[in-house]
Write a protein of this length. Structure first.
Length: 358
């Protein structure tokens, strides 16, 4: 089996950490906790970061085993399938949320009207191709563009420094608002769950595992800086601006003789979104093939049909998708983000006890 390197795994981690946090989330979080949203973000990042050593330990113990097979051997087929069904739903709605937010951004910035059919025709074949070629192939593609994307991201942060900013006002929210905001936005996290699914396709022999910590902390640092600069720029009007990374360039789109700079944000967001949906759609199909004994082609067809049906029938409106991510999807996210790693911890502790007893 062709595997991805540790560096490629780290690059995928950066994109998962960026998912659903660099456009709409700063505005949504500001509604509840104002600039204290930075501290909410920090706590949620910390909870996610705890999963990384759990994943690394699991990978080292079960070097070439699939996560599905490990769970099946330890907790049985029935409970393993239940977990994978939860993961299946989780990653489908991750795809829908990423697509919905980015679609509205491009509709507002470029087309000024509905272009959903063009968007679907443009991105679905690319996503399907990524699933067919496998995680190693699309990881290598992402690796080629990665530092260009990061350069675009940092460029947006740096240019915002040329506009008026001032220190955000902190410690204005109470504990109830703080924890409520944590819960409402938990669906946007769970950034390391994907790597449990592909742990058998990661080669830990090439590279150092500590690089995974570097990539993860690097991505979290960039998102924290984005939140800080966004709140420093907009202060009390932050809730009105729904595209944080792009809105940092507002009032600075004309820079001397260079011309409009917001094209940098558009291209950066476009690549990040495409790569994120590739990752999440691949995770969906991987879960589907683990639950049902069907081939990859069938899983891709099911993904496309469910994506279109859910987008048109269930979601319909952008506001409905966002509301779902804040109200009922957090129930699912709490199970996936935290209960699954807890199950893994118990499995590892049980294995250690068995080794000590023997």
């Amino acid at each position: 089996m062709k595997k991805i390197s540790i560096n490629q795994c780290g690059i995928l981690m950066v994109l998962c950490i960026f998912a659903n946090k660099i456009l709409l989330m700063p505005s949504l979080m500001y509604h509840q906790t104002s600039a204290d949203s930075i501290f909410v973000l920090l706590v949620l990042f910390l909870l996610d970061f705890i999963m990384l050593p759990i994943f690394i330990k699991l990978k080292k113990v079960y070097k070439d085993d699939k996560f599905y097979d490990v769970l099946k051997a330890k907790i049985g087929v029935f409970f393993t399938k239940l977990i994978y069904i939860a993961l299946l739903i989780f990653f489908m709605f991750k795809c829908l949320l990423v697509f919905s937010i980015t679609y509205v951004y491009f509709k507002q910035q470029i087309y000024q009207e509905e272009f959903i059919f063009l968007a679907l025709i443009a991105f679905l074949p690319v996503i399907n191709h990524a699933i067919f070629v496998g995680v190693r192939s699309f990881s290598r593609t992402i690796e080629l563009f990665f530092w260009i994307v990061i350069a675009g991201f940092i460029f947006c942060l740096v240019i915002s420094l040329f506009t008026p900013i001032s220190m955000p006002l902190f410690f204005t929210s109470n504990s109830s608002e703080f924890f409520s905001s944590m819960y409402n936005h938990v669906f946007a996290f769970g950034d390391f769950i994907f790597f449990f699914l592909i742990m058998d396709r990661i080669d830990f022999n090439k590279g150092k595992t500590k690089n995974l910590y570097f990539y993860s902390l690097f991505a979290m640092f960039l998102v924290l800086i984005l939140f800080f600069l966004f709140y420093a720029k907009y202060q009390s009007t932050a809730f009105m601006h729904n595209n944080a990374l792009a809105d940092l360039l507002v009032f600075s789109v004309q820079f001397n003789a260079i011309g409009r700079l917001d094209i940098i944000a558009m291209l950066t967001i476009m690549f990040i979104t495409l790569f994120q949906i590739e990752i999440f759609s691949y995770a969906f199909c991987d879960c589907f093939m683990s639950i049902f004994p069907l081939n990859k082609t069938f899983s891709v067809v099911i993904f496309d049909i469910l994506f279109l049906l859910l987008y048109y029938v269930f979601i319909g409106k952008y506001e409905t998708m966002v509301a779902s991510s804040l109200f009922w999807l957090p129930y699912l996210a709490v199970f996936v983000n935290y209960l699954i790693p807890i199950i893994v911890i118990f499995l590892l502790l049980r294995l250690k006890n068995n080794i000590n007893d023997s």
